[in-house]
Ligand binder design. Structure first.
Ligand code: ADP
Ligand code: MG
Ligand code: MG
Length: 888
């Protein structure tokens, strides 16, 4: 088995074996770009090293052979005293893990060869600078010497000389630094810095393999969900030198602006420097455009290479390069990271350039990026709103409100209509009321899987967590800046929280609405706005491509109209429970208290009138499009006063000896509330069970729908209601409701043809879908309840309680309420699709859980053969995009 491949042997598709860096170095070599020669030790060798604690027995021999070939092509011997070949030993895994693993430069340099290097290059300073860099990097990464002593020694040398900058140290100074560095190595390891080049190489290779298991790397893989067992490759690259004087330098470049996607090479350059200096921020870099002035030839060559790379990879690339005495060398490239806006702009622009087709462009953006572009952002931040802290950006958006340090006070203040930011050291389930009421959440502790983060993301609420300079007390917070100055935030102070960057400002920062949302609202593409033009183009293509329909969950005429503007082809879930709140609660109370049909009838009549108007509004807004109306689902107690409050009120009145009519009514109500009180209302008297036990309720709703439709039809409109029965577990439940419903529909003249279907949200319904389909014109999967009931946990109780821990443990990769659990709950969906269509081949199938707006779930639902997904109006564009991508 071979473990080593020359750069001339590989290509970009071998990232598994050669790592991303190695595969792309090989690719650049292959297409004739100027890459220093070198070779790659495979990830297989790393995996063997990790498993056995040592490299494969043949590896050192193989490396020696490739090194010999490298010496041949360079015309120099590795570590030669007179004219040494030097190499870098670089990590590089399949997935980019920037700066997380180790790299050592200038390997091969020693006391013997440093003078040879000086003589060959004509620069004693350069040779000493390279040597001190080797000792420092090798010391830190291979020999585990702490970094500080090296930094201190270098700083001392500069102080002694009275200069600020490394480049102002001359050869003699650097020689002194080399001596101090060697002393540091001796002190910390008990041995001299290894002088044998072959020994240096051997140790460096092993150190790079080991760095795969380094703390930083392990942590990074966990947050980025990179598998732990794939290992890293090691690249051995002939050194080229950016630290050879003013006509040399090193830099990074992007083939276009990764922030906006604008065309034109963009990046930073540092004259007379080596490798990591640019990233380390040791000196101020200059813009790439400056390079044109410093070194026109090098600049032109870089532009030419950037063009070639972008044409070749057909995407934005980032590039690490070095200029050695006017000659350009490329040391790394990869398809570059970019912002959400740049992703859209670049994808569309590459289509214009003829580099990719529009299908490919559609695959280059993500639903998450579109979602990001739909959040409001902060505009200009003025001096009067200082940034006081930065935490982890856990849930995006821009929130402004009064800081409140207690959940109950937050809920109370929000109830007065004032915007509130809940600020806590960390949150726990007791904070839920405050979290719900707040515009945003800020915590001092915890990361992206903390309670605050998980819950906020679930609610789509702005959240910054882990702002650890924030000391949260009972009614104020003290922020301690790096220089020790303290800022006090008192309860009620207005703060602004940026969930996309993690920044926290004291004062009110102006919120800018999203231009992408404005586009969805108006359908207008402003002239010369490349981002909106790109969004419009890719959304258009997604719509042309997708098979899945996209509907919205909406229960007011206003929401329905917005959903329509956002591209919804109807309503997949019109909940009716919101229509029973507010002033109408009294009617529900009277319905519950009614002693018989005579008392019930007038209440139902009143409700009928109100519901007719509710449905009329929605059907009008969605004229010509289907509107699936779900008959009342939640348990009745949700519309009644709480048992506790009522019990207290009655007890107090009793004590007073109250004999008013109002008191008598409350006593009766308390008895009724006690009767219907449930320990677990999620599993109790709700959905179809309510329809079957509360006489007249569903009939009233059906009649209201039928009459609303008839009235609109009489106006010449085209209402298309569909009636949906929730929480069915057995076909018999549906059959009874269906018979009643058909009868009511028959009684209302001009109600038209109204399909009657059911939700599939109980596992038993999924399993018996063949029988249920006999009574259903359509199914709509309620994947929220199906998830609750499939897993056996109630959403309200678990998300904050243990989801953070479960995500950490990898029990699930994402909350199953956000992304459909394909292998469990998803299988229930697949079973129901199959069995339902066995009975009724044309059965129309939709999804109305939150998953309808989650890209990964949409892909699954497309494959499962559903006809449409339905989601909140705001996520309709994301579902459209994802549905288009699912086809690719
Ligand atoms: P990372 O993955 O952290 O970017 P790299 O392996 O890319 O680490 O190397 C770190 C720095 O050293 C980069 O700036 C790179 O360009 C530079 N470098 C690596 N190998 C060489 C080489 N053979 N000659 C000159 N510079 C190099
Ligand atoms: Mg790099
Ligand atoms: Mg449900």
């Amino acid at each position: 088995q071979r473990f080593v491949f020359d750069f001339t042997e590989g290509n970009k598709d071998q990232r598994d074996l050669l790592g991303g860096k190695g595969a792309n170095l090989a690719e650049m070599t292959r297409i004739g770009l100027p890459v220093p020669p070198g070779f790659t030790i495979t990830t297989e060798a790393c995996r063997a090293y990790l498993a056995d604690g040592d490299v494969p027995s043949t590896l050192d021999e193989e490396v020696a052979a490739h090194l010999a070939a490298l010496e041949e092509s360079m015309g120099r011997k590795f570590g030669d005293a007179a004219d040494p070949l030097l190499v870098s030993v670089r990590s590089g895994a399949k997935f980019s893990m920037p700066g997380m693993m180790d790299t050592v430069l200038n390997v091969g340099l020693s006391d013997r060869s440093v003078d040879g290097l000086a003589a060959q290059s004509g620069s004693e300073r350069f040779a000493q600078d390279s040597y001190r860099r080797l000792i420092q990097m090798f010391g830190k990464t291979v020999l585990d010497v702490p970094g500080d002593p090296f930094e201190e020694a270098l700083a001392e040398a500069k102080t002694a000389k009275g200069v600020d900058d490394d480049v102002d140290l001359d050869a003699e100074d650097l020689k002194g630094v080399v001596d101090s560095f060697k002393a540091i190595v001796l002190k910390h390891t008990g041995s001299d810095f290894p002088q044998e080049p072959a020994e240096q190489l051997r140790l460096a290779i092993r150190a790079v393999f080991s760095s795969w298991q380094g703390e930083r790397a392990v942590l990074y893989r966990r947050t980025e969900r990179i598998p732990d067992d794939i290992g890293t490759a090691v690249n051995i690259v002939a050194m080229v030198f950016g630290n050879l004087g003013a006509d040399s330098g090193t830099g990074v470049a992007f083939t276009r602006d990764p922030a906006t996607g604008e065309q034109g090479v963009y990046g930073d350059y540092l004259p007379n420097a080596q490798g990591e200096d640019v990233v380390a921020g040791i000196r101020n870099t200059v813009a790439i455009s400056e390079l044109a002035r410093i070194d026109k030839a090098g600049y032109d060559e870089l532009m030419r290479s950037a063009r070639i790379l972008e044409d070749h990879y057909r995407d934005l690339c980032d590039i690490e390069f070095t200029i050695e005495r006017g000659r350009l060398w490329l040391l790394q490239t990869r398809v570059g990271k970019r912002t959400a806006a740049a992703a859209f702009t670049i994808a569309a622009s590459l289509v214009d350039d003829g580099l990719i087709d529009v299908d490919t462009a559609l695959g280059r953006v993500t639903g998450a990026q579109l979602a990001q572009l739909m959040f409001p952002t902060f505009g200009e931040v003025g001096d009067d709103t200082p940034k006081v802290a930065v935490g982890v950006p856990a849930s995006p958006g821009a929130a402004v409100g009064a800081a409140v340090f207690d959940a109950h006070r937050a809920a109370a203040r929000a109830a007065t209509g004032a915007p509130v930011i809940l600020v806590r050291k960390e949150t726990n389930p007791d904070d839920l009321p405050g979290m719900l009421a707040a515009k945003g959440i800020l915590t001092a502790r915890g990361g992206k899987t903390s309670h605050a983060a998980v819950v906020a993301r679930g609610m789509g609420k702005t959240c910054v967590c882990g702002a650890d300079t924030l000391g949260v007390e009972a009614d104020r917070a003290v922020v301690t800046a790096a220089d020790g100055t303290e800022t006090v935030i008192t309860e009620g102070d207005i703060i602004s929280v940026d969930g996309s960057t993690g920044a926290v400002y004291l004062g009110e920062v102006a919120v800018r609405p999203s231009p992408v949302v404005e586009y969805f609202e108006t359908g207008e593409v402003p002239d010369g706005d490349p981002l909106i033009a790109a969004v419009a183009r890719l959304m258009g293509h997604a719509d042309d491509t997708r098979r899945l329909g996209v509907r919205a969950n909406a229960d007011t005429g206003e929401d329905a109209a917005r959903a329509r503007r956002f591209g919804a082809a109807g309503i997949g879930l019109c909940r009716t429970e919101h229509m029973f709140l507010g002033e109408r609660r009294v009617l529900v109370e009277r319905l519950v208290l009614a002693s018989g049909p005579d008392e019930r009838a007038p209440v139902l009549d009143q409700l009928l009138e109100l519901q007719r108007a509710d449905f009329g509004d929605i059907l009008r807004a969605m004229d010509g499009l289907p509107v699936t109306i779900r008959l009342l689902d939640p348990p009745l107690h949700e519309f009644l006063p709480s048992l506790e409050d009522l019990a207290v009120s009655v007890a107090l009145a009793d004590e007073r000896g109250d004999d008013s009519e109002e008191h008598a009514r409350e006593v009766r109500l308390l008895a009724a509330v006690r009767r219907i009180h449930e320990q677990n209302p999620m599993l109790g008297l709700r959905g179809v069970r309510l329809g079957l036990t509360l006489p007249g309720l569903y009939d009233m709703q059906v009649r209201a729908i039928a009459e609303a439709a008839a009235a609109l039809r009489a106006e010449g409109l085209d209402p298309r209601p569909e009636i949906m029965v929730p929480l069915v577990g057995d076909v018999r439940e549906l059959a009874v409701i269906r018979a009643q419903t058909e009868q009511v529909l028959a009684e209302v003249e001009g109600s038209g043809d109204v399909p009657i279907g059911t939700m599939i949200e109980i596992p038993r319904a999924a399993l018996t879908a063949d029988r249920i389909a006999a009574e259903a014109d359509f199914f709509s999967f309620g994947t929220n309840d199906l998830t609750q009931l499939g897993w056996g946990f109630s959403r309200d109780d678990v998300e904050g309680a243990f989801f953070g821990r479960y995500l950490e443990l990898g029990v699930f990769p994402a909350s199953p309420f956000e992304t459909l659990d394909a292998s469990g709950v998803g299988e229930l969906v697949e079973i129901a699709v199959k069995r339902g269509r066995e009975t009724r081949p044309g059965l129309h199938l939709g999804v109305c859980g939150e998953h309808g707006g989650d890209p990964e779930s949409v892909r699954f639902l497309h494959r499962a053969g559903l006809d449409y997904v339905s989601c909140s109006p705001f996520r309709v564009p994301i579902a459209r995009l994802a549905a288009g991508q699912a086809v690719l």
